[in-house]
Structures are given as structure tokens and as C-alpha cells.
Write a protein that binds this ligand. Sequence first.
Ligand SMILES: NC(=O)c1ccc[n+]([C@@H]2O[C@H](COP(=O)([O-])OP(=O)(O)OC[C@H]3O[C@@H](n4cnc5c(N)ncnc54)[C@H](O)[C@@H]3O)[C@@H](O)[C@H]2O)c1
Ligand SMILES: O=C(O)C(=O)C[C@]1(C(=O)O)C=C[C@@H](O)C=C1
Length: 307
Amino acid sequence: MSVIYDRVALIGLGLIAGSMAHAIREGGLARETVGFARSAQTREIAREIGLCDQITDSVAEAVAGADLVVLAVPVGAMGDLAAEIAPHLKPGATVTDVGSVKQSVIDAVAPHIPEGVHFIPGHPLAGTEHSGPRAGFASLFRNRWWLLTPLPDSDPQAVERLSDLVRAMGAKTDRMEPAHHDLVLAVTSHAPHLIAYTMVGVADHLRQVTDEQVIQYSAAGFRDFTRIAASDPTMWRDVFLHNKEATLDILGRFTEELFVLQRAIRMGDGQQLFDYFTRTRAIRRGIIEAGQDTDAPDFGRAAKTGG
Ligand SMILES: NC(=O)c1ccc[n+]([C@@H]2O[C@H](COP(=O)([O-])OP(=O)(O)OC[C@H]3O[C@@H](n4cnc5c(N)ncnc54)[C@H](O)[C@@H]3O)[C@@H](O)[C@H]2O)c1
Ligand SMILES: O=C(O)C(=O)C[C@]1(C(=O)O)C=C[C@@H](O)C=C1
């Protein structure tokens, strides 16, 4: 693989920046990676495990001379971070972010980006429930989508160069309007996370179901909820506070559907439940047939054969 950027600065050394550092090194995609995180302890761990070629103690030093600067901090911290790095950015550099919400990040970051620096917002649709400098791994982005939401005046060459990096890390890339991105993600990621957090909270409140029993008899569905509900609290607090309208819209629709099913159960309306679940099963099969769930090859085969 060939070098795409000379110097890449990764700011916020958690799951996403760490995975980028590994993938860039594995693919030889930059001559040098430089990392910075706010906490001294995170920087120390990053140095210890050799996450980047260099870990700096100041963010200004990290971004100085960088061709690509990646903002990989919680969504609510992006604006202040952009203001802090702005005076130190190299003319012609590209700044991108990996935030789970796009419109509020653009509103917070874009005003700070100096003339002559390209700001190209992005979002890798890949993650785990783990966070911090030890959580990253090179294959995280493989076969995953990485959405870019360029601004109307984004330089096409700079967008193409960033797309090249994303593809070289194994991801598939597409472009989207920021507001549309936020609505799509509210359906596919943000509302499901809130529902998982709530479900685990409900189990916790049921005093007759002791902690031990919840763990011992965890069925697959609930286990998946607990995995998701173990995700980083700061990251998810910020996601909901910054994608408020879209998430509330989807949760409103979710609640209406829930009442429909609740009523069907109360009325013993088996046909309604069966029809509903038949429709949702078709959606799942559509996702697998379109090759969008690489984690479920067996289920895919079973679904196609009606198993
Ligand atoms: N975890 C996921 O599944 C996932 C997936 C895609 C995108 N994202 C987005 O990527 C971003 C990073 O998420 P992550 O999962 O890597 O989080 P993480 O918690 O693993 O890492 C975030 C890092 O940023 C540091 N940090 C926080 N505020 C900072 C600041 N002001 N300056 C410098 N460093 C700071 C933290 O110390 C931490 O090391 C978030 O915006 C999140 O929405 C996360
Ligand atoms: O697999 C997981 O743990 C995730 O939750 C990853 C996930 C998602 O919802 O798919 C979470 C947040 C992101 O912004 C992108 C990806």
C-alpha cells in the first residue's frame, strides 16, 4: 500500500483513533502518525503500547505540520478542540472528525477552520463497546461503511484523498447530507442504543430478578443489549444531546409502535403479532441479502432457506 498522507495527527486516543493508528501503520498509509489525548494517563498508555510514532504533550505540537488531523473525541468536545488547534494548522491540511453526529459537529467546528484548510466531516459506522487507548485494532473498519458529509465548498481533491485513506483502511465510503446522516443514524444506531440502555436499566430495577439470575440466564437478545449498554457513557451522553431532534422523532415513532404491539398482546391478537414479525423478518433478510451484515453469514443462509 502506498503513503497517502505524510503526517497524520490523531486527537483523542480512544477506540476509533487507536484503530486508525493500527490500520495506518499496518497499511503503511502515512510516513508518521502523531497522537495527543487530553489525559496524561491516556498519553502514557499510548506511549507504552507504541500506538503512534510520536505522542505529544500539547495538541498544538501534534497538529503542527500535519497533512491530516483527525478529531476523535466525544461529539460535545469537538468545537473547543477545533478552536484550540485552529492557529496551529498547516495551510492546505485536511481536518476530519469521526463523530457519531454530523450537523452539530459541523456547526461547532466549521467556524474555527482557517481559510486554506479543508474540513471534511466523517463517520465510521464501526465500533465496539470498548473505549480507551488499548481498545483499538487494525481490522475495525474492514467492510464497514465510512460516511463522509463534505460541505458544499469542500475541495473535491481533498475529499478524494480522504476517501482513499478510508478505503485503504478497508472501509467502504459514501457521501451524505449531514442532516440526513443524523436521521438515518437516529434510526440505525442512536435510538437502538437508548433502547438497550433502557432495557438493561429495567432488568436492574426488577428486584425479584437478582443480578445473578440476570447474568446466569441471559438469553442472546438480552446479552446483546448488555453489550451495547456497556458503551462509553460520555460518548453516548454527547450523541443524544447533539442529535436531539432526530432521536426524539424516532423514539416517538418507536413508542407508538410499542403501544400497537402492547395492545395486540393485551387483546390476544396473534394475527397482528404474526404479521408484524413477518414484516420485520423480511427487513432483516433484505439486509443480509444485500450483503450488509458480514457478521451473520450463517443466519443469512438459514434465512434464505427458510430456516
Ligand atoms: N465507539 C464507537 O462505537 C464509535 C463509532 C464511530 C464513531 N465514534 C465517535 O468517535 C469519537 C471517539 O469515540 P471513541 O469510541 O474512540 O471514544 P473513546 O472514549 O475510546 O476515546 C475518546 C478519547 O478522547 C479523549 N478526549 C476526550 N476529550 C478530549 C479533548 N477535549 N481533547 C483531547 N482528547 C480528548 C479521551 O480521553 C479518550 O482517550 C466520538 O465522537 C464517537 O461519537 C465512536
Ligand atoms: O458495534 C457497536 O458496538 C456499535 O455500537 C457501533 C456503532 C453502531 O451503532 O453501529 C455505534 C456508534 C457509532 O457511531 C457507529 C457504530
